[in-house]
Structures are given as C-alpha cells and as structure tokens.
Design a protein around this ligand. Structure first.
Ligand code: ZN
Length: 263
C-alpha cells in the first residue's frame, strides 16, 4: 500500500497557540517542529507495522520548512523545503499513492470551539465555499486527493477537526483526536507521548479499514466562492480566473477539482 500524508501544524499534539505556528524565529516554533516530528514518526511507525510499503510525507504548514531532518524516521520520504513551484509540478507524488492521510489538521474559519481555526489565511479570515458548502482545509485537501482517486483514510487534529472530518468524509475515516478544544488557543491536551500511541494505533486501524473509504469527489464543474473579511483585502486580490460579485466576494467555476487552489 502506497501512502501519501499531508501535514499541517495547527492540529499536531501539543500545539495550542498561534505563536507556536507563526513566529518562525521563536523558541516556541522550534519546539513545535519537534512536536510535529513526533506525530509524523508515530504515524510512520504505525503505517509500517500495518504493512505500508511506500510512505511520502508532505510538509504543508506555511509553505515552508517545518520538518527536522535529524528526526526523520527512515521508513518514509519527506517532501519539504522552501520556494516551492506550483503544486501541479509535483502532482506525480499523488499519482502514485493508493491512500491519503491528513495529519495535524484544524477546523475551518468560523468554527466556534476550535483550536487555531482558519482556512488558508490564519490572519486574514478568508472563507471558501464549493458548490454552496463552506469548506476548510480538510475538505480542500480531500478534494485534491479525491481528484487523483485517493481516499482519505485517516486524519488527526482537535475535537472540532475530527467532527469536521466525519461531516465531510463520512464515518469510515479514522479520526484521531489529540486535543479537545475549548477556545481558539485553549484546550484539554493529550500528552504528545500518549497522542503518539493513539496515532500509531489509528494508522494500523486506518490501513486495515482502507477499503471502506472512498475518494471525496464533488460534482463538476465546481462552483467556488471566496469571501474576504474586509474590502481592502479583497481590493488587493487580483484573481486570474474569478469574478468579483461584491465588495468582499469572488466566484469562479473550476472544470477540474485540482484547480481549486488557483482561486
Ligand atoms: Zn498550518
């Protein structure tokens, strides 16, 4: 079984404050990188134990370089670095995968009780809809994987992210809750060492259950809508393929699900 893993930072065990995710020069961010590697390595161990024979882990947070090479488990390969080309240039990494996992994800912008909730822009408050349904990064990345025929079999994050995953991707996805959210930067955390056990067990269960999961697919063409929280941000946005419908909102039609990130 060939597995592709998308990662984010906000839903990793032990992460609860924006400073851990945003302030790249801070000691808190450097510590957060270690927490990220802990969850990643637990996942890789679980996947290997369950018989995965090819694992590629994508470093997704902030478009930057979050992984710590010295801590990389040797059983996987890691897509990371800075100044990336547009993502279709590395679509081959998805083309060869059988199943997908979203590790360390967070709930969408506007979710009332979610830790570090946002959609794409953590400061901007952007909100996205596809075919009329508001969607966050969990759904967006599931759409991309779905366009390659890849089912999402597992995710991890806070209680709100797990709830969102089941709402969009159904009851068969293995959702590993590593913290219960009570506010934007406040929650009941599972100790990372315990979260690693849960992630490892989740990976084993997810691979055994993989055949029950189906790719997330939307009806084509996809009607996309992007709403900014203020007019000045919208004024500064110069979309190549969308139409502005009011002071805050742009709409576009995507013939291919892989195009949603061109919004
Ligand atoms: Zn992130």
């Amino acid at each position: 079984m060939r597995v592709i893993v998308d990662t984010d930072l906000e839903g990793i065990s032990g992460i609860v404050c924006w400073e851990q995710c945003r302030d790249f020069a801070s000691a808190m961010y450097q510590s957060a990188r270690g927490l990220l590697m802990g969850d990643v390595n637990a996942l890789v161990e679980g996947l290997l134990a369950a018989g995965a024979d090819d694992i590629v882990v994508m470093d997704g947070h902030g478009g930057g370089f979050n992984f710590i090479p010295e801590l990389m488990h040797p059983g996987a390969r890691y897509f990371t670095g800075r100044g990336r080309s547009p993502w279709l240039a590395w679509a081959e990494l998805y083309e060869r995968a059988d199943v997908g996992i979203l590790l360390g994800y967070h709930a969408m912008a506007g979710t009332p009780d979610a830790i570090l909730r946002h959609t794409q822009s953590s400061r901007g408050g952007n909100r996205y809809w596809y075919n009329g349904r508001e969607s966050g990064e969990l759904a967006q990345d599931a759409i991309i994987m779905g366009s390659f025929g890849i089912p999402v079999i597992m995710m991890s994050g806070d209680s709100a992210a797990c709830r969102e995953a089941h709402a969009f991707l159904g009851s068969d996805i293995t959702a590993v809750e590593v913290k219960k959210s009570y506010g934007e930067e406040f929650g009941l955390l599972t100790a990372p060492a315990k979260a690693h056990e849960l992630i490892k067990e989740g990976a084993v269960h997810a691979l055994q259950n993989a055949a029950r999961c189906v790719p997330y697919a939307l009806e084509l063409p996809i009607r996309g809508r992007l709403r900014f929280p203020d007019k000045s941000t919208a004024d500064a946005y110069h979309p190549s393929r969308s139409t502005r419908i009011d002071d805050y909102t742009f709409e576009a039609t995507f013939e291919n699900a892989r195009d949603i990130y061109f919004f």
